[in-house]
Each structure stands twice: as structure tokens, then as C-alpha cells.
Design a protein around this ligand. Structure first.
Ligand code: HEM
Length: 143
């Protein structure tokens, strides 16, 4: 009895706190949706991303939803995209697309601009998103 009380007393309040996920820190679904909307707006309207835009379907609406949901699960939030796409891997899913260093650089450039425009208060997590997504995009290039 006494031992049990001692064991629970020994858990310091700060160690019992669940760490916030990158999903929470970036601002949750609202921030990710803002970010992906800006990303596809830029891709669609800025001629600097012409080749990247041409690879995508004319209607970008499904992509806005898909990318926001993917990023949510990827960053520790709700895993809807992963539940709907069991076993789907982002790198192998892109293998059929002829991704070059040019289109990968366009993707990461537009993504960095979208992250900067999304007005994310936590700069550390915003920078981590920008760096990691850039590395992923450049890792998809094969020519
Ligand atoms: C390297 C540059 C990239 C290019 C050129 C590219 C291109 C594409 C294309 C052409 C599609 C199909 C779109 C359509 O059917 O209209 C697609 C789908 C998708 N891409 Fe990328 N992509 C790149 C990087 C990335 C990265 C780094 C991520 C994630 C971090 C990503 C996430 C997605 C998602 C979530 C989908 C939709 C998957 C689904 O739900 O079916 N892409 N991408």
C-alpha cells in the first residue's frame, strides 16, 4: 500500500506530460490546409512551376485534400490518409512519375514559399518541415 503510493508519487508532473507533435506545433489541420492551398495556388499560377504543374491533373482539388491529410498523419496527427491508403509509400508511389531535379526543385521551392506564407508561429517546426520536405522531394528525382 505504502509502496504503491511512493511509486505514483515518484512520477514528476513534467515527465507525465505528453510531448506535442509536429502536427500540433504547426497549427493542426487549419495550418496544413492553408499551406497546401497556397502550395497548389502557387504551382498553378506561377510560370516558374510550369513543368511541375503540367505533371498534375487539371483539377487540383483532390490533391489539396490528399496532401493536407498526408502531411497530418506524417507529422503525428490524425492518420486518415494512411488508413485510406494502407501500405502506400510516398517514395514508391511517385516512382511512375518522371521526376527530374528540375521538377523536384520546383516542388520544394513552391513548398518553402507556402510554408513561409502560412504564418506559422513556431518557427522551429516550420523550418523542420521545410528542410525535411525539401530532402524528400529531392530524393524523388531520378534525372
Ligand atoms: C519531387 C517533386 C514531386 C513531384 C514532381 C510530384 C508529383 C506528383 C504527381 C504528378 C502526383 C499525382 C497528381 C495527380 O494525379 O494529379 C502526386 C501525388 C501526390 N504527391 Fe507528389 N510530387 C512530388 C513530391 C511530393 C512530396 C515530397 C510529397 C509529400 C511530402 C508529395 C505528396 C503527394 C501526395 C500526398 C499525392 C497524392 C497521393 C494520393 O492521395 O493519391 N509529393 N505527386
Amino acid at each position: 500500500m505504502e509502496q504503491k503510493a511512493l511509486a505514483s508519487d515518484s512520477v514528476a508532473p513534467e515527465t507525465a506530460t505528453v510531448p506535442r507533435t509536429p502536427f500540433d506545433r504547426i497549427g493542426g489541420h487549419a495550418a496544413l490546409r492553408r499551406l497546401t492551398d497556397t502550395f497548389y495556388d502557387l504551382m498553378h499560377s506561377d510560370p516558374a512551376y510550369r513543368e511541375l504543374r503540367a505533371m498534375h491533373a487539371p483539377d487540383l482539388a483532390p490533391m489539396r485534400e490528399s496532401l493536407a491529410l498526408f502531411l497530418a498523419g506524417w507529422s503525428g496527427g490524425p492518420r486518415d490518409w494512411f488508413d485510406r491508403n494502407p501500405g502506400k509509400c510516398m517514395m514508391s508511389m511517385h516512382a511512375p512519375f518522371p521526376i527530374t531535379t528540375q521538377t523536384a526543385a520546383q516542388w520544394s521551392h513552391a513548398m518553402r514559399r507556402a510554408i513561409a506564407a502560412a504564418d506559422i508561429a513556431d518557427r522551429e517546426v516550420a523550418d523542420a518541415f521545410a528542410e525535411t520536405l525539401t530532402r524528400m522531394a529531392l530524393g524523388m528525382a531520378r534525372g
